[in-house]
Design a protein around this ligand. Structure first.
Ligand code: SF4
Length: 288
């Protein structure tokens, strides 16, 4: 269910530059339904503390385009990099109907503003021409977030997203533009999606697409996300749920596990000659 809301500002200034300084979220809530979603907490801001309904009650900022135009045309705007969809996916199913992203991209083009978009949806291909145009005038990064090459597992952990193969196809298409492209292997899900076969497949596909970088990151579990993920594990993967109790005594995975995992990941990075830095293409493009 989508509910329209009126926002008071479009851009959100981040406390730390990481390395971008601004976030733009056109939706609150996300119906991709990822079992490990880190953003469930954000519904609490919309609903007086209740984090329920993150996957089903989608808030649409109906005045976002007008607000953004006002902010981008202000003399004070420095054309810094904007992370579009830092909290929720801008190409989630609601975007098919609301079509806000084409208008946002037109503003990025008009005000020559660099941006980052990461998504789990091939709906981003609908806006190919606009992204292509933006890539010719400034930095735009298109990242596909891909956690598993196993389609059966993907349906369980990210039920309403695009199939992983379709996300790989997104990267291949955008390689034809001047955009920087990356694969976000995030989160790496211990015991479910940490096999060497899975990594080998994703790294080789990333290399095949000619990505500028591949960014891995291990699952982090806290708050509502932790509760939701454990409930999912107990229902679907009870054996693994038991092992998770030891692996995740805190928010982050056990240190030894992570060290072993990153050894494998780093070896594959060397094997496929893939960069782990999205800063490099950003710097190169912005210095031109
Ligand atoms: S795509 Fe991102 S925001 Fe949407 S449900 Fe998945 S993890 Fe959450």
């Amino acid at each position: 269910m989508c509910k329209e809301i009126t926002a008071s500002s479009a851009l959100n200034k981040l406390k730390r530059k990481i390395p971008y300084g601004w976030d733009l979220n056109i939706y609150r809530g996300c119906s991709h339904g990822c079992r490990y979603c880190y953003a469930i907490y954000s519904h609490g801001y919309m609903q007086k503390g209740s984090e329920d309904g993150f996957f089903s009650d989608i808030y649409v900022k109906k005045n976002i385009v007008d607000l953004l135009e006002k902010e981008l045309k202000a003399e004070s705007w420095q054309r810094e990099v904007i992370n579009i969809g830092g909290i929720t996916d801008s190409y989630q199913p609601a975007e098919k109907k609301h079509k806000l992203m084409p208008e946002i991209l037109k503003l990025m083009i008009r005000y020559k503003t660099p941006a980052i978009i990461s998504t789990k949806s091939d709906l981003v291909l609908r806006d190919y021409d606009l992204i292509d145009q933006l890539s010719r005038i400034t930095y735009i990064n298109i990242a596909a977030t891909i956690t598993t090459a196993d389609e059966e597992l993907r349906k369980k952990i990210e039920p309403h997203s695009s199939p992983s193969a379709a996300r790989v196809a997104v990267l291949k298409e955008f390689r034809k533009t001047n955009a920087s492209i990356g694969m976000h292997m995030m989160p790496i899900i211990p015991l479910l999606a940490d096999s060497s076969e899975n990594f080998e497949k994703l790294f080789s596909e990333a290399a095949d697409c000619g990505v500028d970088y591949l960014l891995p990151g291990v699952l982090y579990l806290r708050g509502k996300t932790r509760q939701a993920f454990f409930t999912f594990l107990e229902e679907e993967f009870p054996k693994e749920a038991l092992r998770y109790r030891t692996l995740y005594r805190r928010g982050g995975a056990d240190k030894e596990y992570k060290n072993r995992l990153y050894q494998v990941v780093n070896a594959l990075r060397d094997k496929y000659n893939l960069s782990g830095s999205y800063m490099k293409p950003m710097r190169e493009k912005l210095q031109q």
